[in-house]
Design a binder for this molecule. Sequence first.
Ligand code: IPE
Ligand code: IPE
Ligand code: MG
Length: 248
Amino acid sequence: MSDSPSQPILPHAPQHVAIIMDGNGRWALKRGLPRLAGHKAGTENLRRIIKACVEFGVRYLTLYAFSTENWGRPKEEVLGLMRILEDVIDHELKELHEQGVQIRHIGKLEQLPAFLQEKVRGALQTTRNNQKLTINIALNYGGRDEIIHAVQQMIRDGVPAESVDSEVVSRYLYTAGVPDPDLIIRTSGELRISNFLIWQAAYSEWYVTPTYWPDFDREEFLRALQEFAQRDRRFGRVKSAEYEGKNG
Ligand code: IPE
Ligand code: IPE
Ligand code: MG
């Protein structure tokens, strides 16, 4: 398979989609299943959404898999989740690599269990030259942690105060080199950011759906992208048509 970027089939597809994959626990509860069954179903759903990204011409996909606050969950759930993530890498890496997917990690890798660190590092290494789609896995990720980490690193590097601007800060974040998300999707209906990409989301468009993550399918993903295509992104300015009317 070729690694070169393909023509997007949606004319206004967002370049970067970020997803807060929420609602696995409630999906399981509704079926009388343990929460971990929901996490398992959630990771199975990843496969179809990744395929859809390739199909629709999305170039960057950021997935919120585990937050810095999720350590506060019961031990069995945390460890179960880590094992499920390990399984996903074991089972999906080969195909992702063949599809031309590059895996990146955002967050603090060194706090994860050794078995998972090793798997993640292997995935980063294997896929580092792929260019079709870049997937950032936010695993032990927190937006505040990311900013603290960036400030510490800037101080260590002796960056002069007067040279700090938004470009410099962006370069010190875990997402360095990745454009800000155009569209953020949150499943399961919660209307909050939950410490996700708090710097990068400054002008992202939002799509929130009551659908639980394991049920969020290609059709709904396409609806989210189509809705995005209708949005008027102003970035604090006036509509481009109004501007042209007055000045053009
Ligand atoms: C999202 O599903 C996955 C993670 C946070 C790891 P949840 O586990 O938060 O599911 P709900 O919100 O309890 O339904
Ligand atoms: C956000 O979901 C984190 C992930 C999806 C990994 P949470 O379920 O942890 O968020 P809150 O606790 O409802 O804000
Ligand atoms: Mg949740």
